[in-house]
Design a protein around this ligand. Structure first.
Ligand SMILES: [Fe+2]
Length: 164
């Protein structure tokens, strides 16, 4: 999705907004990779549950789309002369070998962090930048659905869902 932003964000808002957008970009690429790994390597859990598999496939695609939109927003806000931020597009392989429940917990925390950051962006942009507000609002709701699916998976497949 191609987006354009209004240039009405004041200079006090921009640094916080960029911090949140960078946090979200890192989360979205991480969750995209985690869904991919969970579908590939944990078919014994995910593959047997058709509802979960379908939710994870949707989340995999949506989080990639979120990531690309957020990167585009960052570029627009920073301007063309700003250095491009290099992002780790590969989840650490040691962590990918973690157990199914550890990957799910990590996924849960990243999705929850994104939802919180999108919520803050909605508050900041309400009545100031409707395009960014709409994008943050839509992505937040899609991630709430992802979060629900991950929570359900944790409750179904893990003994101690959200404890360490
Ligand atoms: Fe997500």
């Amino acid at each position: 999705m191609k987006i354009t932003l209004r240039k009405t964000l004041d200079s006090d808002t921009k640094p916080r907004l960029l911090t949140l957008l960078n946090l979200i970009a890192n989360n979205e690429i991480r969750t995209h990779l985690l869904y991919s790994e969970l579908i590939k390597r944990h078919a014994c859990h995910v593959g047997r549950d058709q509802h979960l598999l379908s939710c994870f496939h949707t989340a995999l695609t949506e989080d990639k789309d979120h990531y690309q939109c957020i990167e585009h927003c960052i570029e627009l806000i920073q301007g063309p002369e700003a250095p491009t931020k290099t992002r780790n597009k590969h989840y650490p392989s040691t962590q990918l070998k973690s157990s199914f429940s550890k990957l799910l917990k990590s996924l849960y925390l990243s999705e929850a962090s994104s939802v919180q950051a999108y919520s803050e962006i909605c508050t900041m942009t309400l009545e100031k930048d409707y395009r960014l507000f709409d994008l943050a609002y839509r992505n937040m709701h899609e991630n709430i659905v992802h979060l629900d699916a991950v929570e359900e998976a944790l409750n179904t497949h893990c003994q101690h869902p959200l404890t360490h």
